[in-house]
Design a protein around this ligand. Structure first.
Ligand code: EPU
Length: 438
């Protein structure tokens, strides 16, 4: 599948955010914790939720999706666990490991596939495994799968993470809500998607406290009930559309974008010459006419409330249009800059370095990871034929193609469909020239 894009148009109009991918997939897994029906509103119909639906169905969930203008609705009900060995899935994402907790809680055993390294770094899962082991799980690591059991059930534990991993925090919470006793997670991730999952679980009957300094406390309960929950809007989509408005010199109302989720991004956007207006139903993004050329910036990605790693790719495209030298220091993933080759092919001037650029040093210092980028601008971008490397680099390709001279062909569109709902159709409504072809 490919996208054929002709650049040069200002994007203008309104676009509604889909529900957050990185909350929806975890909430589908959370629904397995109860035998009662659950309803998820503002459900994003994207590749990653389809893959997660396959996982849940193979466990025993009945799933229905209903289209509605204000976001689809997912009805998911797992009256019993029919299968706790979910290794023969046809497509995979990083979600199956999160099913370990709910499966151990409900049936005391689970088998999930091992997730290999992917295109943005090795992505180990040691923090997940250590936490579940501390809670009483026995986990055997085979060549292709984790085989887990908790014959005497899971119990609370006092766990300190070596890094505030989003997935490991979610995994531990999902395991702890039905465990016996209190679980403490120190140095936990507190991303808005994690808090959204916590809110859903609270409504299901869980007792979870989010304390100061990245501490989360979970008091296990005996059982959870069904819930109707509206998934938070996708803040990564919001940043992508904001970047598109500013990159093309257009004006876009991003409906349902929330100020709270975007504070760090809004500061960066304003510093580089973009503007925004917070409204009750969303945020308008634009580039004031006097800011014909953008300004450079030094950015460092960090866990929440820092500048998110999933935002650096669209913003890198903006920085190619800034007058001067910018840096991006990626501190979350060791290998998330391979897409700069593609931008360079289009005429950008970006170099990657293994040193920590921009001031501070991070946990990758002195290791051989190309985790910093220096961008020299402004560059006039020209069309190119590109292959999507991962979801977020795919959106950078789209933004770059929409401001480039000529027609670009982006192959591997399926990767973009994993996280963005009907992106081509929605961008066409803003005036983009983008066509999907087999
Ligand atoms: N890490 C470990 N050991 C672990 C777990 C993580 O070393 O056991 C490391 C990772 O290798 C990485 C860092 O910790 O260097 C952060 O990983 P984290 O676990 O926080 O990320 P994740 O849960 O795998 C989620 C999102 C990512 C997003 C990150 C950071 C989902 C499905 N994915 O990944 O989103 O970038 O949090 O916020 O929620 C995307 O949407 O395109 C995407 C990659």
């Amino acid at each position: 599948m490919k996208f054929i894009i002709r650049g040069g148009k200002k994007l203008e109009g309104e676009i509604r955010l889909a529900g957050a991918k990185n909350a929806a997939t975890k909430m589908m897994v959370a629904s397995i914790l109860t035998s009662e029906p659950c309803v998820l509103e503002n459900f994003p119909e994207i590749g990653d939720t389809e893959i997660t639906a396959e996982l849940c169905r193979s466990i025993g969930s009945n799933i229905e999706v209903e289209n509605r203008p204000d976001g689809s609705v997912l009805k998911i009900h797992t009256p019993e666990i029919k299968n706790s060995k979910v290794i023969s899935l046809s497509r995979r994402n990083r979600i199956p490991i999160l099913a370990l907790g709910p499966l151990l809680a409900r049936v005391g055993e689970a088998e999930v596939p091992i997730l290999g390294g992917d295109k943005i770094g090795p992505r180990p899962v040691d923090i997940h495994i250590n936490a579940l082991t501390a809670m009483g799980a026995e986990i055997e690591i085979l060549e292709d799968r984790y085989v887990a059991s908790a014959k005497n059930g899971l119990h609370g534990a006092n766990i300190t993470f070596r890094y505030p991993s989003v997935g490991a925090t979610e995994n531990t919470i999902l395991a702890a809500v039905l465990a016996v006793g209190l679980t403490e997670i120190h140095n936990a991730a507190v991303e808005p998607e994690v808090l959204d999952l916590i809110k859903m679980l609270q409504q299901m009957g869980a007792i979870i406290e989010v304390g100061a300094n990245r501490n989360i406390y979970i008091d296990g309960v005996k059982e959870l009930r069904g819930v109707t929950y509206r998934i938070m809007p996708d803040r990564n989509e919001a940043v992508s559309f904001a970047s598109l408005a500013v990159a093309t010199g257009g004006r876009i109302l991003v409906k349902e974008a929330r100020h709270d989720d975007l504070i760090t991004f809004l500061n960066v956007l304003r510093k580089i010459g973009g503007e925004y207006e917070i409204q009750s139903g969303g945020i308008v993004f634009y580039r004031p006419p006097e800011n014909k050329i953008l300004k450079p910036a030094n950015i460092e990605t960090d866990p929440y409330p820092g500048f998110m790693t999933d935002w650096q790719q669209p913003v890198a495209v903006l920085l190619t249009q800034a007058d001067g030298d910018s840096t991006i220091h990626e501190t979350v993933y060791e290998d998330r800059f391979s897409y700069v080759k593609d931008l360079n092919l289009m005429g950008a001037e970006i170099k990657v370095f293994s040193q920590c650029l921009g001031g501070g040093s991070c946990r990758f210092a002195g290791r051989d990871h190309n985790h910093s980028a220096a961008i020299h601008g402004p560059s006039k971008l020209k069309a190119a034929n590109l292959e999507v490397r991962d979801l977020r680099s795919g959106i950078a390709h789209i933004i770059a193609a929409l401001i480039a001279d000529g027609e670009s062909v982006i192959t591997g569109a399926e990767e973009i469909d994993r996280g963005y709902e009907r992106i081509d159709e929605r961008l066409r409504k803003l005036g983009a020239s983008i066509i999907r072809k087999e």
